[in-house]
Design a protein around this ligand. Sequence first.
Ligand SMILES: Nc1ncnc2c1ncn2[C@@H]1O[C@H](COP(=O)(O)OP(=O)(O)OP(=O)(O)O)[C@@H](O)[C@H]1O
Ligand SMILES: [Mg+2]
Length: 269
Amino acid sequence: MGRIIAVANQKGGVGKTTTAINLAASFAAAEVNTLLVDCDPQSNATSGLGLVRDPERISTYHLLMGAASPELGVQATELEQLWLVPAHKNLIGANLELVEAERREFRLRDALSGLRERYQFIVLDCPPALDLLTLNALVAADAVLIPMQAEYFALEGISELMDTVDRIRSSFNPELTIEGVVLTMLDERTNLAQQVMAELKRFFGEKLCETTIPRNIRLAEAPSHGRPALLYDPRSKGAESYIRLAKEIIAHHLPVEAGAQGQEMDKTA
Ligand SMILES: Nc1ncnc2c1ncn2[C@@H]1O[C@H](COP(=O)(O)OP(=O)(O)OP(=O)(O)O)[C@@H](O)[C@H]1O
Ligand SMILES: [Mg+2]
């Protein structure tokens, strides 16, 4: 059964979409079947994977409204083991249309329930708001991955996200956990970055991902070519850092393959 990871932070421009695209691509490149679901009306994950915006295409809007069978929303991508449910700006409408709807918080969870078997990871790219779209993503998810910039005010606003996670745990999704906090656009050499990293380590402890994502121009350029960084420039620091993040997350969740485990045991015997 696939693990569903929501990439969320209500703050804008912190690297959610860059993380969602490149983490999902790195899972796929590690030969793990992965589905990326674009839950943001800005549709940046959709265009970042090279799909032109098309209101006619079945998208996250249709999944939330129960207007199409979820399998029909899944598109192939350039990577063999990566699939995408695209978004379109019509998704803004879902936020309003769902207010009066039955099970309005469970729409995405219900839509993904039939797809989970086919993927080992499902990554959800959330909009920069704690709206009904993000709520649907957090109710559908097993865990939330929080991208953050190492800024002086980094922790401001995080308490609001943490309160939302607590609220969702106590009302809709008791199993929701924190996958991790990942530092993005990092310039490790600055004193400020070092101070903020130390503060985040104190606050989040184990939950702070060991992998950090450097500021890297290739990560910013890749979406305009409609490709994840590992296809646009596989040797770039940006591509490499997301491959490392994917490995860190895979190592936490997927059991060691039987063969490899056997070898380990042989060594210790
Ligand atoms: N590590 C990085 N190095 C350089 N540029 C980056 C990096 N990560 C993200 N960017 C750039 O920063 C901008 C914001 O990133 P991104 O779109 O991923 O953030 P977001 O949190 O999804 O934004 P929004 O809240 O609008 O959805 C983009 O132009 C992106 O290309
Ligand atoms: Mg985004």
